[in-house]
Design a protein around this ligand. Structure first.
Ligand SMILES: [Zn+2]
Length: 344
């Protein structure tokens, strides 16, 4: 199966987790950032490969370097443009890219200006390649500015902002600390996805869905804790797992990233039993730089390690399209593209 050429839909990809190593070097030189852990592209690629970190806080530490070079509008525009071009080359036809604009305000940019630069880069990639996109605005759950960030997200629909997300360390920072921001987003009729069930248990997912009103969850692998599993198959569901499955809550799973932060082998990834049990699971990259991954690599792993067939991968792709925060018009258009792309 030629997975590289299959059409792909990506719902969970961080702008500051997908920079090209060569671009990091060039931008660091431009802005005079001297804190990089290596001075060659190969050295950086090696350092950023978090395959052995085994913990979420260590994984998050790597972002200090990428964020350090994302402090000017031209740098953000360039990184967004290259993100769109790289995803298109990977077969992606629609992507949602997320970023916390507050992280790029150190040199004087406003949050709105950060989003303007991001949108300009994606527009340039779209003009060149035809790839379609939406922006998800992140607030960091350990910070206290989620209300301001939510307001910027709501005011930036004209830039292609489609949703709001809570990112950052999950354990110790429950999503319902940010109820006001979530309420604002819902009342503005905007998409809401929340990182939950990645580094914390099902209770974090329950808070995100039932208290915050999230439409989708980032990762969500912890839902397997609320299931009874025998010989790798789900045989009974708890109350929350039943809700997540039956109300079709989309889970944005990121296999390589999840194995890196949890230390669990790919062959044991919950996406297989959850897919078999009828959950609305999707496959994503999370941080292409830190996990040295791509959509092609993720889907190849699903096929080779977890036994997903071409038909399974098509179902994952269609689910992602349906769960995306794009318009119905985009969905109708891409439905055909995906059908044709998967036809043998
Ligand atoms: Zn993420």
């Amino acid at each position: 199966m030629d997975i590289a050429s299959l059409p792909k839909v990506l719902l969970h990809d961080h702008l500051d987790g997908g920079l090209r190593p060569t671009t990091i070097l060039e931008l660091a030189e431009e802005v005079g950032y001297g804190g990089l852990p290596a001075d060659t592209a190969e050295g950086l690629e090696e350092w950023f490969d978090q395959g052995t970190s085994g913990s979420l806080p260590r994984y998050l530490e790597a972002f200090t370097h990428t964020v350090a070079v994302l402090q000017t509008a031209p740098a953000i525009e360039r990184v967004a443009y290259e993100c769109g071009v790289d995803l298109h080359a990977d077969g992606v036809v629609y992507f949602e890219s997320r970023y916390a604009p507050s992280l790029s305000t150190e040199a004087g940019l406003s949050r709105r200006e950060v989003l303007e630069a991001m949108a300009a880069g994606f527009r340039r990639a779209e003009q060149e390649t035809g790839v379609l996109w939406g922006i998800i605005v992140d607030a960091m759950r350990q910070d206290t500015d989620s209300v301001e960030v939510a307001q910027v997200a709501i005011d930036s629909r004209d830039l292609g902002v489609v949703a709001f997300d809570l990112a950052g360390p999950e354990a110790g920072f429950p999503p319902d600390d940010h109820l006001e921001a979530c309420r604002m987003i819902r009342e503005a009729n905007m998409g809401l996805t929340i990182h939950a069930g990645e580094a914390d248990g099902p209770d974090s997912m329950w808070r995100a869905i039932q208290r915050c009103g999230a439409h989708r969850l980032g990762h969500g692998g912890a839902i397997l804790v609320d299931c009874m599993v025998e010989e790798d198959a789900v045989i009974a569901l708890g109350s929350l797992a039943t809700y997540v499955r039956d109300f079709r809550v989309a889970l944005e799973m990121c296999p390589y990233s999840n194995t890196h932060t949890s230390g669990r082998a790919l062959a044991r990834h919950p996406i297989r039993p959850l897919h078999d049990a009828g959950f609305n699971v999707t496959v994503n990259t999370d941080n292409r730089l830190m996990s040295r991954t791509s959509m092609t690599k993720e889907m190849t792993a699903l096929h080779e390690v977890l036994g997903f067939t071409r038909r399974d991968l098509e179902r994952l792709t269609m689910r992602a399209l349906k769960a995306s925060f794009s318009s119905q018009g985009v969905k109708d258009r891409l439905y055909r593209v995906i059908k044709d792309g998967f036809a043998e």
